[in-house]
Write a protein that binds this ligand. Structure first.
Ligand code: SF4
Length: 197
C-alpha cells in the first residue's frame, strides 16, 4: 500500500475542496441564472399596515411597530419590532420585548381564568365573575383574620398584616395611584411595585 505523508494528505484535501468549489462555476448545470435574476424577494410585511405602540412589559416604555394585514375580514398580526424612530429604544428591544408578538399569537397563552381549588391537582376554567368573587372573599377573610387595630404600645394602627400587594410594571400612573388607594383603604401596609428599571 502506498504511504502518504501528512503534508501530501493536506495538499490533496485542499485541491479537492478547490475542485468542488470550481465545479458550479464551470458547469452551472441545474442552476437557472435567468430565473434567479427575475426572482424578487417578497417581504413578509409587504403591504402591511403599521401600528405604533408601546411595549407592555416594563416602565422603560420601548416603542414598537406592529405589522398587520387583513385576511378574510380578520386582522392578522404579522410581526412586531422595535420602532427605530423612538428616542427611548431607537429600534432595539430587550429579549422580553422582542417576543411581544407571542402575547397575541402563542398557542400556550391561557385565554380563560383558571382556578385550582384547595387540595385539588387540576385546574378548572372559570368565569371572571367567579374569580372576582373568590378574590374578594379571600381578601375579606384574610383581612378579618389578621386586622390589627392597635399595636403593642396601644397606638391605633388599623392595618391589615395578612395581605400584600405587588403592582405590575405595565401599570399606568393612574392604575398605580388607584391600586394604592384601594390597598390603603383596606389597611394594607405591604405594598410594592415592580418597575423593571
Ligand atoms: S426594556 Fe424590554 S420589557 Fe422593558 S419596555 Fe423595553 S422591550 Fe419592553
Amino acid at each position: 500500500m502506498t504511504e502518504i505523508t501528512r503534508r501530501e494528505f493536506l495538499k490533496l484535501g485542499a485541491a479537492g475542496t478547490a475542485g468542488m468549489a470550481l465545479v458550479p462555476l464551470a458547469n452551472p448545470l441545474g442552476f437557472d441564472l435567468a430565473a434567479a435574476k427575475k426572482r424578487t424577494l417578497e417581504l413578509r410585511i409587504s403591504g402591511a399596515k403599521e401600528v405604533h405602540s408601546i411595549c407592555p412589559y416594563c416602565a422603560v416604555g420601548c416603542a414598537l411597530i406592529a405589522y398587520t394585514s387583513e385576511v378574510a375580514g380578520k386582522t392578522q398580526l404579522l410581526q412586531i419590532e422595535g420602532d427605530p424612530d423612538s428616542p427611548v429604544n431607537e429600534g432595539r428591544l430587550c429579549p422580553k420585548g422582542a417576543t411581544a408578538m407571542q402575547l397575541a399569537t402563542s398557542s400556550r397563552r391561557v385565554g380563560k381564568p383558571q382556578y385550582r381549588a384547595a387540595g385539588s391537582t387540576t385546574w378548572e376554567d372559570k368565569s371572571w365573575d367567579f374569580m372576582l368573587d373568590k378574590i374578594a372573599q379571600n381578601i375579606k377573610a384574610s383581612r378579618d383574620n389578621t386586622f390589627v387595630a392597635q399595636d403593642a404600645n396601644g397606638n391605633v394602627v388599623n392595618r391589615t398584616e395578612g395581605v400584600a400587594f405587588a403592582g405590575g410594571a405595565a401599570f399606568s400612573s393612574e392604575e398605580g395611584y388607584f391600586a394604592t388607594k384601594v390597598m390603603r383603604t383596606l389597611g394594607v401596609v405591604h405594598i410594592e411595585q415592580q418597575a423593571r428599571v
